[in-house]
Ligand binder design. Structure first.
Ligand SMILES: *Cc1c(COP(=O)(O)O)cnc(C)c1O
Length: 477
């Protein structure tokens, strides 16, 4: 599709939307303008292709398709069967997975599918077999009650939140923390890296049903062969949540022991972060878990979104092209350049660098909290998010860190020189920012002051930098 055609299509669609609800048409247009104007360093965000985005706006949305390909609870699902099976075929081929399930609506939903599939396969199925029952409906009240109690006793180990783990890895504010007893593993205080020996010792003692590997804010690679070895040694299922770094797996930046797919029993991911597809989720697994995973809808998912699965199929097809490998390698090279640019200018990075797509800045040396740094950067046109650092003295709300990633700006065409300039701009803002005193005179954790003129100057410099790398070039809206 040429951008000239896309411009016409969008102009028509927005005019049509405006006849029904102009505020919505306005917000859609404004979002494009805002995304074009911001230096987007949020490590979990990206820009999907226009082809992927346009694949979502259609009547596949109008179809109910509960069930799986060829086995639906509704009639007339032949076209949903096509898009779902194409998405799953691309996922299997791209990642070398034994089985793929394209229905999850998001990363959190994909994780829920994974957890229930593991519980079903490891706890429910053996119980049914032992009791000679075909389905849970055949169980007596007492046997059902016993099984429910058994579910409730299960344990999960996941990476601690301040080391970069995710709420869905067994933490109390998420359903996973209410389903499972959780024990966290952290990072070595000296190196900042995962301490596999400590993890192994803890796993032997805690005896989890599931070990979760994966993260949202850990700037390093994980050895999944080692993780699998530890999981096997305690009889645990290895579940890898690659929501953040699936693009680096797809683009073959993570290979061998750093590729989770050959090692993990179950893998879940988002499709919209480094993978650059539509907002959504995906589960892959070994054959052994396939039947349980395929029960995701209606186990924990609402009816599949045919239009989004269609867009997943398109984005996964794009990710199988050679150009995506180049993109993924650039994401990693750019993150290194960004990290080096920051460290050269005196910034402390958690673990002293990065070897994936993100960096975690420790902003304590600027005398700032993560919240102050995040706000000052935003005032200066740089979009990041504050994040805890390991053993964070400022807690999970104010934090002492800022997380930045390269997937989005790499999609816009930024290279290592541009990311070095980004490092310069970040340091320019942070070194001109001081905490505002509270009423007692002590430095506060939220308010801050940026030296005169720095925010405006940085904003102009960001705009100049972005000018050379238009978002959806040729799309005139
Ligand atoms: C982003 C993320 C999720 C959640 O994805 P949603 O699509 O927002 O539900 C889950 N796990 C990890 C590790 C993530 O980074």
């Amino acid at each position: 599709m040429t951008f000239a055609k896309a411009s016409e299509i969008y102009t028509d669609i927005l005019a049509q939307i405006a006849t029904v609800e102009p505020r919505v048409a306005g917000a859609i247009s404004q979002e494009l303008a805002d995304q074009r104007a911001s230096l987007k360093l949020i490590a979990s965000e990206n820009y999907a292709s226009l082809t992927t985005l346009l694949t979502m706006g259609n009547w596949l949305s109008d179809k109910y398709a509960e069930g799986t390909v060829g086995h639906r609870f509704y009639a007339g699902c032949q076209n949903i069967d096509v898009v779902e099976s194409v998405a799953e075929e691309h996922a299997r081929e791209l990642f070398g997975a034994e089985h793929a399930y394209a229905q999850p609506h998001s990363g959190i939903d994909a994780n829920l599918v994974a957890y229930w599939a593991i519980l079903q396969h490891r706890i429910e199925s053996p119980t049914l077999e032992r009791l000679g029952a075909k389905t849970v409906n055949d169980l007596s009240e007492q046997d059902w009650e016993d099984l429910r109690r058994e579910f409730n006793k299960q344990r999960v180990m996941g990476m601690s939140l301040d080391a970069g783990g995710h709420l869905t890895h067994g933490f109390r504010p998420n359903i996973s923390g209410k389903m499972f007893q959780q024990h966290s593993y952290g990072t070595d205080p000296a190196t900042g890296l995962i301490d596999y020996a400590a993890l192994e010792r803890d796993a032997k003692e805690f005896k989890p049903l599931i070990i979760v590997a994966g993260y949202s804010a850990y700037p390093r690679r994980v050895n999944f062969a080692k993780m699998k070895e530890i999981a096997d040694s305690v009889g645990a299922t290895l579940f890898v949540d690659m929501a953040h770094f699936a693009g680096l797996v797809a683009g073959k930046v993570f290979t061998g022991e750093e590729d989770p797919v050959p090692y993990a029993d179950v893998v879940a991911t988002t499709t919209h972060k480094s993978l650059r597809g539509p907002r959504g989720g995906l589960v892959m697994c070994k054959h052994e878990y396939a039947d349980a995973v395929d029960k995701g809808c209606p186990m924990v998912l609402g009816g599949p979104l045919g239009h989004v699965m269609a867009a997943k199929a398109v984005a996964l097809a794009e990710a199988r092209q050679e150009s995506f490998r180049v993109y993924a390698q650039n994401v990693a090279d750019n993150a290194k350049a960004l990290a080096e640019g920051l460290m050269r200018r005196g910034v402390n990075l958690v673990t002293g660098g990065t070897d994936n797509h993100l960096c975690l800045l420790d902003v304590q040396s600027f005398g700032l909290t993560g919240r102050q740094a995040e706000s000052a950067l935003l005032d200066s046109g740089i979009v990041t998010n504050r994040n805890s650092i390991p053993r964070d003295p400022n807690g999970a709300w104010y934090t002492s860190g800022v997380r930045i990633g390269t997937p989005a700006l790499t999609s816009r065409g930024f290279g290592v020189d541009e990311f070095d300039r980004v490092a310069e701009l970040i340091v320019q803002v942070l070194s001109a920012t001081t905490p505002a005193p509270t009423s007692s005179g002590a430095p506060g954790k939220a308010k801050y002051v940026i030296a005169d003129g720095v925010a405006d100057r940085t904003k102009a410099e960001c705009a100049e930098l972005l000018d050379g790398f238009p978002l959806y070039p040729g799309l005139t809206l």
